[in-house]
Design a binder for this molecule. Structure first.
Ligand code: C2O
Ligand code: CU
Ligand code: CU
Length: 510
């Protein structure tokens, strides 16, 4: 054989081998990326219910809470990992206050690094918001105070340090903040915390062999961390004993990137009664509700004595391309939580047919219409800059924002300070789950969403609020912008108070 020919043959064989290895690799990557735990979970851990945070009332009539961000080791049920939490090793207590109350939170950062605590969904002054301008250095405290001034809702809190939010939330810093109406609850809605009104904080995790959390981005993912194990309130394979005919679940997607489409394994209907910013006008019977990171849904489920049913996340219709669907969780199915009804159930009242009034904001009265285009990890082509104010909103006005994701992968959009209403989705009336108050919205690719919000009060030309994609990796990569609310005629100032502790609230040593 002539040398040249031999080289050619060897080269050809090598190429063929490499190609088949490549094809096998791609096949492996595709096969290994679709996860289904449907019917496969043995639900062995009683669902932990986050404790209600104790509070005291101080001399000024303020409701005072204590929150300590700390490190710990948390038992997820079948493994123990190094984690972070508020007032404990993982997650945090449920804060609860009524509309009209002045609250004060003494937040102590006992971590070795700076963090913040942001009140997601809360209407409050920008200096109290806990965004990236309100950093709390390691070992220090922060004391935000504000008047709760919005309808009853399921809100939550989590850190917001720019570029580090994904890590801080993933390690476990998150909790619920329930806002109540000052008068008693809406008659007919289950409202006994931990009995028939239960927080369901859903997260996806990845564990390493030694049981610790794996923090890196998932291989081939364009959305950061996509986990393969579901934890609810910090427990894997959880079940909940139900003792009443109806149970209200306050479901929060506190994952970094995963979108869930919640329903029941036996296809039963439930009633959707609330979304991010409060109750809907009426209960809607439905079988599925999709939640992207940061979104909440309050659902009421009927059970019969002695039965079991499983809350499942079905493959969400992300509207993305098939590669993205496959690699970023669009084809995955998870069994999330088993409901176990007791043999004898306490009677529950009928659901009311009217829940809340939602006065519609009128687009004709909008002072501004703005466009936001999401692509890559940019909004309108720009990356987050702590020193740049992107928009100036005049206090007391209403604005229409047009949101479009131009990419065939998942993004959502969250706005601080306000709850908004969805005017339309690709020109059509929004579906029931987008018919109430929202602060976070899944942006189906290449679909125009028009939202409207009223910026009623809390002006501050120097302290911005954030808007951003709540896929935390995207947010950390700069898919975020800043707006200030100013008095009529006032100009935006310079973002103040960042780095070093002038960020509002009173800072001091913890
Ligand atoms: Cu849930 Cu800007 O955050
Ligand atoms: Cu927020
Ligand atoms: Cu995004």
């Amino acid at each position: 054989m002539r040398p040249l020919r031999r080289v050619l043959i060897v080269a050809t064989v090598a190429v063929v081998l490499l190609c088949s290895a490549g094809v096998a690799g791609v096949a492996w990557m595709f096969n290994s990326k679709t996860i289904s735990t449907a019917g496969e979970i043995e639900f062995v851990h009683a669902l932990p219910v986050p404790p209600l945070a104790p509070s005291t009332v101080d001399g000024q009539g303020r409701r005072v809470f204590e929150l300590r961000a700390q490190t710990g080791r948390h038992d997820f049920g079948d493994r123990t990992a190094d984690t972070w939490g508020f007032n404990g090793a993982y997650l945090g207590p449920t804060l609860r206050a009524a509309r009209g109350e002045q609250v004060l939170v003494n937040m102590h950062n006992e971590l070795d690094e700076e963090t913040t605590v942001h009140w997601h969904g809360m209407h409050l002054p920008a200096r109290m918001d806990g965004g990236p301008h309100q950093m709390v250095p390691a070992g220090q405290s922060w004391h935000p105070t504000w008047k709760v001034d919005q309808p009853a809702a399921t809100l939550w809190y989590h850190p917001h340090p720019h570029g580090e939010t994904a890590k801080h939330v993933y390690r476990g810093l998150a909790g619920m903040f329930i806002v109540d109406e000052p008068t008693s609850s809406v008659g007919g809605l289950p409202d006994r915390y931990g009995v028939d009104d239960v927080p369901v904080i859903v997260q996806d995790k990845r564990f390493s062999r030694n049981g610790n959390l794996r923090e890196g981005n998932t291989l081939f993912s364009s959305v950061g961390l996509i986990g393969d194990t579901i934890v609810v309130n910090g427990a894997t394979a959880p079940y909940l004993d139900v003792t009443t005919e109806r149970i209200r679940l306050r479901v929060l997607n506190a994952s970094n990137a995963r979108v869930f489409d919640f329903g029941f394994a036996d296809d039963r209907e439930f009633a959707l009664v609330g979304t991010d910013g409060g109750l809907l006008t009426q209960p809607y019977r439905m079988k599925k509700v999709m939640l992207s990171p940061g979104e909440r849904a309050e659902i009421v489920v009927d059970v019969r004595p002695g039965e079991r049913t499983v809350l499942r996340s079905f493959a969400p219709d992300l509207g993305a391309d098939s590669m993205t669907e496959r690699l970023n969780g669009g084809e995955d199915t998870f069994d999330v939580l088993e409901l176990r009804a007791a043999d004898r159930l306490e009677e529950s009242p009928e659901l009311p047919s009217r829940l809340a009034d939602i006065p519609r904001l009128d687009p004709k009265e909008a002072a501004e219409t703005r466009k936001f285009t999401l692509s890559g990890t940019r909004i309108n082509g720009e990356a987050m800059d702590m020193d740049r104010i992107d928009l100036t909103v005049t206090k007391g006005t209403t604005e229409v924002w047009e949101l479009t994701s131009q990419e065939a992968l998942q993004h959502n959009f969250h706005v601080h300070d306000v709850q908004f209403q969805v005017i339309d989705v690709a020109g059509a009336k929004p579906p029931p789950h987008l018919s109430g108050w929202k602060d976070t919205l899944y942006l189906r690719p290449n679909t125009k969403f028009r939202i409207i919000a009223r910026f009623a009060d809390h002006s501050d030309p120097n302290m911005p609020y954030m808007y951003h994609c709540h896929i935390l990796y995207h947010e950390d990569e700069g898919m975020m912008g800043q707006f200030v609310v100013v008095e009529p005629g006032q100009k935006a100032g310079t973002p103040g108070g960042n780095h070093g502790g002038h960020g509002g609230g009173h800072q001091g040593h913890g």
